[in-house]
Design a protein around this ligand. Sequence first.
Ligand code: GLC
Ligand code: CA
Length: 542
Amino acid sequence: MNKHWWQEVVVYQIYPRSFNDSNGDGIGDLRGIIEKLDYLKLLGIGAIWLSPVYKSPNDDNGYDISDYENIMEEFGTMEDMEFLLAEANKREIKIVMDLVVNHTSDEHPWFIEGKDDPNSPYRDYYIWANPKPDGSAPNELTSAFSGSAWEFDATTNQYYLHQFSKKQPDLNWENEEVRKSIYSMMNFWIDKGIGGFRMDVIDLIGKRPLEGILGNGPQLHEYLQEMNRETFGQHDLLTVGETWGATPAIAKLYSNPERKELSMVFQFEHIGLDQQEGKEKWDLKPLSIKDLKTALVKWQIELGNEGWNSLFWNNHDLPRIVSRWGNDTDYHYESATLLAILLHMMKGTPYIYQGEEIGMTNTPIQSIDEAQDIETLNMYQERIGAGYQVSEVLESINAKGRDNARRPMAWSAQKHGGFTTGEPWLALNPNYSTINVEAALENPQSIFYTYQQLIQLRKDHPIIIWGSFELIPTVEHIFAYYRRYEGKTWLIVTNFSDEEQVFHCQDKVQKIIIQNTTSTIADLQDVTLTPWQAFVVEVEEQ
Ligand code: GLC
Ligand code: CA
């Protein structure tokens, strides 16, 4: 496998609406991001994945795009975007754009033109189908945001497909003109000097809805190979596909370099572990550490040279990891740093979601009026309608709702966490007075410095990038593994629990690489690990 820059960097995801507001309107913006580039440089990241900044009516906060080649007004202008690219590139930070091409907004001119006119060339840009004889939807497919995936249009007496909200009609990838239009838009951005694309729900573009196929459709990989040839294939860009439900075998189809598709995918196997089998993410169950080990280790081992892992705990759709699988009350620092060390020492490209580096937590709500996200709001209506108790639905929302990740970034203890001088579009977590960037930077023992150190270690030690991976069988709550490269062995040991755990091995410690306690770790014969203790040591070759 040829080596690529995107295997060596750490990527930082920005959700622009919630990152930093430069003009006091309560909404984060591009100038706000530029103001914080030095902070990101200090953290040490090499690329930013920018959630969508394109023109959008914001039914799904920018994942409903009405113009791919213009910037959302609240975020700024194309000039601001170019300035951001220039300023980021100056600091050796690449900008990875979010590519949302499974669907557009219903306010995109393509949809508007085709909607009322079945003869328009744009009609076939989307997926229209006749009602059943009784007038009902063509089939039973449901939207990821609750209800039918089909919306009736009275003017033309047909239904259109929307796998997400009804303001996000699905594009028809079988239409060559659709594909050409998208490739030309991608090249428009490549020509501006971007570093790559994160591809939103890309596993859905090969859909055949009338045959009941949504994910992993028959021509999906053909389209991606064509996209690669027509757009980024000539440039060394980072391309990462969002692929819910990918197995290692499927991931290899996307990321085996010989197939010329994508750099890597986001797989979600570990992310589904705290949900009841066969149910929805809202149907909670406790995480089993055993399952977590199995899932993560499988991906470390099975991709081999036919793919590359992306490593993440968080994104804008997921709850905050320290609240989810750590302990955000009694062991906030310890568990947040353990999660960081455990993930960043694995093989693959790590992604940090804004605020993760200071241990931002979930924000429980008392009533649905405090929620903003469309997925949450729709689910609430659906479940209350189906007879669920309010308290039980709120419990699910507080554990899994997307607003948890989308609360504005806390920069300081000032009003609204210094995020805005106005009224924030979504309230901050009230704990911003203690969990904020300024406090983190002032405290040499903060979570921030663990992330900074992990990123620096990756720059200094190729073993982290290229080393082999081997799990060490131990008791359930200890997650321990080796990395080996060019005659060096690193041992990673983490206690994934609120209790002490005992770890044994025969290795001789040569030096401590990183840890989240001040323990001396000399002898590994019999180590009592404190709750959430994590360390990495170099050991003597055996
Ligand atoms: C992806 C995005 C999510 C969005 C959905 C529809 O899952 O990450 O935020 O709502 O696609 O675009
Ligand atoms: Ca603003």
